[in-house]
Every structure is written in C-alpha cells, then in structure tokens.
Ligand binder design. Structure first.
Ligand SMILES: Nc1ncnc2c1ncn2[C@@H]1O[C@H](COP(=O)(O)OP(=O)(O)O)[C@@H](O)[C@H]1O
Ligand SMILES: [Mg+2]
Length: 346
C-alpha cells in the first residue's frame, strides 16, 4: 500500500517545505531574524517553545535548511542537546561542520580550550540550532555562544520556565531579550491537514478514508508525532491483515501502539540519572515527596544535590514519564511510565 514510507517516519525530516501545515507564519517569523543577522544587523537569539509534537524540531530544521539554500556560505549546525548534553559533546558537534574533529582521546581537553578552539574556528556566520536546550548540562554555554559575534543561536525546548529557573538575574534579562515563538498544540483540523499531506506524498489516497484521518486526529491530543505515528501503525496493521483500505475500527489500537512506541523511544534517550530517578519512582508505586526521592536516590546511587534531582524530575515531567501534584511542601511526584529495574541499565 505504501509508496514512500519515509513520510510516515517521524524521525525523518521531510524534503519538501510544502509538507509543512499551519506553521508558515512561524517559519517566516523564525527565518527573518536569521536573515537580519546574516545581513549584518546584530540580532539576538530565537527561542521556540511548545509541548511535544508541535513542530519545534521540524521548524528549526527547515529554518537552517532555508538559510543554507539562500546562502551556501553560511555554516549551519543542528545539535540535539539531549543526545549531546555535555559541554564536550556540544563543542564536538559544533566543531564538526567546521571541519574540526575532536577525537575521543581528547576527552581530557578542558572546556576553556574547547571554547577557544571553537571561537578560533568560526570566522563565517554560523547558525546553530540547540534543540532540547534544557538538557544541556551547563546552560552557560548557551550564553557563550550567544555572545559570539558570528554565531546565531536558535534554541528549542518544551518550556522556558525550566530554562529561566537555571539562570541568574543577569542571564534571565539577556535571555528575555531574544525573540520567543510559542507553539500551541494543533487543532484537530490542522492534524487532519498534516495527515492528508503525508497521505498525498507517501500513500495511496484511496487506501486512507477521510473518516480514518479524522478519527486519528481526534485521538492524538494535538500532537503531530502521535498522529503521524498512529497513521503509520494503522497502515502497517492493515498490511499485515492484507486489507487494502484502512478501517476506522483499527484506529484506537493504532494510537495505543503509537504511544507505546513513542514512549519507548523517549525512554531510550534518558540520561543515566533520569533513568535512575524513574526507576526509583516506579518502584515507589505511588506519590512521593522530594525528600523521600532524594534520600532513596542518595542511598541507592550517589550523592547529588536536590537541584540536580529537581532538574532531572522536570525533564521527566516534560517528557510525560512523571507527573506531579500539589504545591510547595505538598508537592508529590509519581511515575507514569513503568521501567523495569531488572532490565534497565542503571
Ligand atoms: N506543522 C507541521 N506540518 C507537517 N508536519 C508536522 C508539523 N508539525 C510537526 N510535524 C511532524 O510531526 C512530527 C513531530 O514534530 P516535531 O517537530 O518533531 O515536534 P517537536 O519537536 O515539537 O516535538 C514530525 O514527524 C514532524 O515532521
Ligand atoms: Mg523536538
């Protein structure tokens, strides 16, 4: 049934800008400050925020793609800070497009040396996307980059409050000077449009009745990743059953299936401490207070500050692995995702 499976792969960036739905104003709003920077007008950074599946990664990749097409002399880099969270990994990723390779046996090189090496290497305009910005171990690197004349930073993450909480007053005010684009969850009609485009590019339209698209959109909670992944699951299941047309009845199971896959994928990206925290919380089984989590963590694993625990908890909450309730000293946390301690590498 499929003709181009990549349009249903949420980890693949679509080739055509035409596949972008409902975000053209945002794409323009994002591209303009980068163009201004490239024409020599000093501009600050840009921040994109929004819940998961609202198009942050897609938009940021389209921006650098556009900019690069308009001016091939511009260097661009996309860094997923979840994957490359240490300062060392960050500069390694940023140096690579400049033709500078930081090898593994250079692990002992200090941050200061790396920063200096990067500073020396950038002599043309460099547009950098720092996706999942909140995952950076040391947020000061954001300001270091932002302070460099030739570098323009586009940051993306779910929520700016977590970033602000990790900055001092001076950093906060510098940070607030940037342009902020906030993305909301998609309306059902927008999700339908997103799905129709994917069908148009990759599937046989006759195989996907509109009722199926509408049913998926209604169940995806405004999250495009869930919507596309669900369509993929439904198509795959129909293939297995040798059915040439998708049925509305198959949608609920496809959505469940998609959610499991998305959760697993995001679990596999967790940092070691996040995974440890989630393991502890799922063992608690119910709501736990910060002091209990802290005690248990220190007893079982390693001494860390409450700040560190709080930071990782926030990440887990954002990626829907943990939920919270209550305020101040009545705040409690609970695992949403079960992790099997015997199987997870902790
Ligand atoms: N406006 C849109 N038009 C078309 N596809 C979209 C749109 N927004 C998101 N998508 C697709 O949905 C999936 C999730 O989007 P992504 O940019 O990764 O979300 P986020 O980074 O906000 O979690 C990706 O496959 C992406 O290509
Ligand atoms: Mg993303």
């Amino acid at each position: 049934m499929e003709t181009d499976a990549r349009v249903l792969d949420t980890q693949h960036v679509p080739q055509h800008e035409d596949i972008l739905v409902a975000r053209s104003d945002e794409l323009t709003a994002l591209t303009q400050p980068v163009r201004d920077f490239l024409s020599g007008f000093p501009d600050t950074h840009v921040l994109i925020t929004g819940p998961t599946g609202t198009g942050k990664t897609l938009l940021s990749k389209f921006v650098i793609e556009r900019v690069w097409k308009e001016d091939p002399a511009v260097e661009t880099a996309y860094v997923d800070c979840w994957e490359h969270h240490s300062t060392h990994a960050l500069y390694r990723e940023l140096l690579r497009p400049l033709g500078e390779h930081v090898t593994l046996d250079e692990r002992g090189v200090s941050k200061i040396q790396l920063r200096e090496r990067f500073r020396q290497a950038v002599d043309d305009p460099y547009v950098v996307v720092l996706d999942e910005l909140v995952q950076l171990d040391d947020l000061r690197e954001f300001f270091t980059l932002y302070g460099m004349e030739n570098v323009f930073v586009i940051g993306a993450c779910n929520d700016s409050d977590d970033l602000l909480a990790r900055m001092d007053a001076a950093e906060q005010s510098r940070f607030r000077g940037g342009r902020h684009i906030e993305l909301n969850r998609y309306a059902d009609a927008e999700l339908c449009e997103i799905l129709r485009k994917r069908v148009q590019y990759g599937l046989d339209p006759a195989a996907v009745p509109d009722a199926v698209i509408e049913r998926i959109a209604a169940g995806a909670g405004g999250d495009a990743r869930v919507a596309i992944e669900s369509l993929y699951k439904a198509v795959r299941e129909a293939g297995r059953q040798n059915e040439s047309v998708l049925s509305v009845e198959s949608v609920p199971a496809a959505i469940d299936d998609a959610e499991v896959t998305i959760r697993q994928r995001s679990l596999s990206k967790l940092k070691r401490r996040q995974r440890r925290l989630l393991t502890l919380l799922s063992e608690f089984g119910g709501w736990a207070a910060m002091s209990d989590i802290e005690d248990a963590f220190i007893e079982r694993y390693e001494p860390v500050s409450r700040e560190t625990i709080r930071k990782h908890l926030r990440a887990l909450i954002h990626y829907n692995h943990v939920e919270e309730k209550g305020k101040k000293r009545w705040k409690r946390y609970r695992a949403v995702t079960e992790v099997d301690a015997s199987r997870s590498v902790v």
